[in-house]
Design a protein around this ligand. Structure first.
Ligand code: DGL
Length: 266
């Protein structure tokens, strides 16, 4: 009985803030009948400046929370935790866990014309070298250049205005363009919010927002495991660990959320 109805259970989506909404948006478009629970852990933001041990302890609380909510799957709409803590938790819960980096790197490595790829990500993601490791699992010859962009998450989450746009972008993008990549992966789910600005300094089609590839994979995988909900009335519950009003305000950058997020202090 339990198994039969597993597909109607909710899907947990996690990130440090509004970044994961870039993934949620794609998921809602592709799997509109699902019930989503989005957890934006703004209290602990930015994840990119945390240690692995700190991220393990934070992620455990979020996974435990999702377990109580009896989810069928958790989407790690966060590169930083996919890089640092996925391996610790991947077999510890009875729901499926989808890590963005591992899925996106595998899918992109199928393109045998891709020989030089750059990744722009948080400090913790770049220090882990997870993108490089994952690409090299499938294609040893691909050259991967990883660039940390620690200013970019605060720019999005705190809506910084008094910064020099060209300096804040070119401080990181300059190194990446020197590498002359065929593609640049926006390896932090917050970064697609900056695409309008980035395309002033490099051609838009150089950038990959991995959320489409990620969401497509999740849909196919849910289908394959008879977990896809095709009949439900889709909806999303938003939860944040601090300042729901600010979360709602910031979310407007990407997704119009219908009701104020609930505050849950993990
Ligand atoms: N959006 C997350 C990521 O994809 C985390 C960013 C942060 O909190 O530093 O890496």
């Amino acid at each position: 009985m339990e198994e039969e109805h597993k597909n109607i259970k909710p899907i947990g989506v996690m990130d440090s803030g509004v970044g994961g909404l870039t993934v949620l948006k794609q998921l809602i478009e592709l799997c509109p009948n699902e019930k989503y629970i989005y957890f934006g852990d703004t209290k602990n933001l930015p994840y990119g400046e945390k240690t692995k041990d700190e991220l393990i302890s934070i992620a455990k609380k979020i996974f435990d929370f999702f377990q109580e909510k009896r989810v069928k799957a958790v989407v790690m709409a966060c590169n930083t935790t996919s890089a640092t803590v996925y391996d610790t938790f991947k077999d510890k819960y009875d729901f499926k866990i989808y890590p963005i980096i591992q899925i996106v790197a595998k899918s992109l490595s199928l393109d045998k014309n891709l020989e030089k790829v750059a990744v722009m990500a948080t400090n913790a993601t770049v220090n882990s070298q997870k993108y490089t490791q994952e690409f090299h699992k499938y294609n040893k010859n691909i050259q991967v250049f990883e660039q940390a962009c620690p200013l970019w998450v605060p720019i999005v989450e705190h809506k910084l205005r008094d910064y020099d746009e060209k300096e804040a972008i070119m401080a990181y993008l300059g190194n990446v363009l020197d590498f002359n990549p065929q593609k640049i992966i926006l390896g932090c789910t917050h970064y697609p919010y900056l695409l309008d600005k980035l395309q002033k300094y490099a051609p838009k089609d150089l950038f990959i927002n991995p959320s489409t590839i990620f969401a497509n994979y999740i849909k196919e995988d849910l289908k394959q495991h008879n977990l896809l909900n095709i009949k439900g009335k889709g909806n999303t519950e938003y939860i944040t660990s601090s300042n729901p009003q600010k979360f709602e305000e910031n979310s407007k950058l990407f997704l119009q959320i219908k009701k104020q997020p609930e505050l849950i202090n993990i």
